[in-house]
Design a protein around this ligand. Structure first.
Ligand SMILES: Cc1ncc(COP(=O)(O)O)c(C=O)c1O
Length: 389
């Protein structure tokens, strides 16, 4: 694993200087990387409106940066909403993207000026009809993505296109604006073709609603799924953009609806470096082939996406140098739960002279790390985050 394929020398040196005296564990976020990623995404999809999925990393500095860049926000809860509004984001640039919400939360969002709501069920739509009258509603469509997305989001969210159809018809009957369709092909989606299938379903739904019900949907929300840079290779974003744009043109010609994107991981993932210190190195018997390397943070405090070894972060150590001899390890966290093993099947090779107290740098850890950290498991406080301007 070559560090400079993930972080430039200039950024790496700046990060080392910034973080050298900080006590581990922590995550450093490089705001410049997020700005660069945002601009790159917008340039590749010049026709799309970007709604940052705040859940990926809700740091105020990130929200403010994206606000300054003119971005909009996909919000999952009342608490995210309060945070984003307090930072000066206008309600017109916010949508309530969570299909699982309380009636009183719908009411709260409406009172705060939010007029765009996602749904995927009759019960939830009922709440929107009652507590957010006249709002725009879009329906999340179920798409299957469990084998090619590293962090799939299928099953729990969305409904079958037939039900999406019924919900949009019902929305209009009850005075809402049937606004569009959304889907999420799964996070860290490595198969670009998944968008093709989803867009084709949108086309079918949009055409049927127009022809049979005279409902003209305005938008497609293509969700997230765009990649961050982990160990498993992906195509470059430019490849995603050109293919997806082609799918849209193939299906819709010159009549492409308004396109929304909801990136999380692809904007902030590469901006983070999580730093841990080695607490213990041991072997389980005298002839064991692998060393266990225990770090001062793990699954419960920043590294939850190593569940099932789903996300494989690039890792470098303070002992990495070109001539370093390496051996395979099992990587585990510090808590007294045996689930707290990050990688056991997939073997990382770390320097043989790695010692207690050395640092491990987990690259591309800006997304879904700090926001997922537990509050006090084994007494450990949630992992700290520092922002590098
Ligand atoms: C509704 C919704 N939109 C967007 C995202 C962001 O997806 P990603 O991090 O793959 O960009 C998520 C992730 O969970 C989501 O649930």
């Amino acid at each position: 694993m070559k560090r400079d394929t993930y972080v430039t020398d200039a950024d790496w040196n700046r990060f080392l200087e910034f973080s050298e005296k900080l006590e581990t564990p922590f995550v450093v976020i490089n705001l410049r990387t997020i700005k660069k990623n945002y601009i790159k995404l917008q340039n590749h999809f010049p026709y799309a409106h970007i709604f940052y999925a705040v859940k990926a990393n809700p740091a105020p500095e990130i929200i403010s940066l994206i606000n300054e860049l003119g971005g909009s926000f996909d919000i999952a809860s009342r608490f995210e909403l309060d945070k984003v509004l307090a930072l000066g984001v206008p309600p017109e640039r916010i949508s309530f993207g969570n299909t699982i919400k309380k009636a009183k939360d719908v009411e709260y969002f409406f009172q705060k000026g939010i007029r765009v709501f996602a749904t995927d069920s009759k019960e939830d739509l009922k709440h929107i009809i009652t507590y957010a009258p006249g709002s725009k509603v879009y329906v999340r469509m179920l798409v299957e993505n469990s084998t090619t997305a590293d962090w799939p989001l299928s099953r729990k969210f969305g409904c079958h296109p037939d039900m999406a159809y019924d919900l949009l018809v019902r929305a209009r009957e009850k005075g809402l604006t049937p606004y569009g369709i959304s889907f999420h092909v799964g996070s860290q989606q490595r198969d670009i073709g998944q968008w093709n299938d989803a867009i084709a379903k949108c086309k079918y739904l949009i055409t049927s609603l127009e022809e049979e019900e005279d409902i003209k949907l305005q938008m497609i929300n293509m969700g997230g799924g765009f990649p961050a840079s982990y160990i498993q290779p992906t195509n470059d974003l430019s490849e995603y953009a050109s293919e997806i744009t082609r799918y849209l043109r193939d299906d819709f010609g010159d009549d492409v609806p308004l396109i929304l994107l909801e990136p999380g991981r692809s904007l902030v993932g590469d901006a983070g470096i999580l730093v841990t210190e080695v607490v213990l190195i041991s072997r389980k018997n005298n002839t064991a082939l692998f060393r266990w390397v225990f770090c001062d943070t793990g699954k419960f405090n920043g590294l939850i996406e190593t569940l099932s070894e789903a996300i494989k972060y690039p890792i470098v150590t303070s002992k990495d140098h070109p001539a370093a001899k390496k051996g395979e390890v099992i990587l585990a966290g510090p808590t007294c739960d045996s689930v707290d093993i990050m990688y056991e099947d997939y073997k990382y090779s770390l320097p043989l002279d790695l010692k207690v107290g050395d640092r491990l740098y987990w690259l591309s850890t800006g997304a879904y790390t700090t926001s997922y950290a537990s509050v006090e498991f084994n007494g450990f406080p949630p992992i700290k985050m520092y922002i590098m301007e």
